[in-house]
Design a protein around this ligand. Structure first.
Ligand code: 2BA
Length: 109
């Protein structure tokens, strides 16, 4: 058995859960925040048989899109404020970051 952890953009999360449910894959969605952009994203956890992993990854590839987001770098505190002009820079995010982990045991009580 594997645990598939998917970090998806907020805009894709609901469609991703719908598509997984349609594919008869049980999933749990947690609200999360990206460490770099500090923007909301969603972490989807799903425990599946080894043979289902590729099907899950296919759904993720189909639903999750790459997007560009603008971020404004924060000026270093040591510089005088008026000597440091910041411009928004484009950052490419996603489609999704996926981790596949081995599961030693799963129990439903
Ligand atoms: P964030 O950490 O907010 O990162 C958003 C996007 O910013 C990243 O997209 C990447 O394109 C860019 N980025 C991240 N760190 C950077 C840096 N030090 N310098 C320049 N650009 C940087 P993705 O790679 O698609 O990641 C989307 C989200 O997935 C991340 O949001 C984070 O929440 C998660 N993530 C990505 N890689 C991860 C990893 N190795 N472990 C855990 N979470 C990860």
């Amino acid at each position: 058995m594997k645990l598939v952890l998917v970090i998806a953009q907020e805009q894709d999360a609901s469609r991703l859960i719908d598509a997984l449910t349609e594919a008869e894959v049980q999933a749990t969605m947690l609200a999360s925040t990206g460490g770099f952009l500090r923007a909301g994203n969603a972490t989807i956890i799903t425990g599946v048989d080894d043979g289902q992993v590729e099907a899950v990854l296919e759904v993720v590839r189909r639903v999750c899109q790459r997007r560009e987001q603008l971020m404004t770098p924060i000026p270093p505190v040591v510089e005088p404020v008026d000597s440091y002009v910041t411009y928004p820079v484009k950052v490419e995010v996603g489609g999704a970051i996926t981790f596949v982990l081995n599961v030693e045991r799963m129990e439903r009580v």
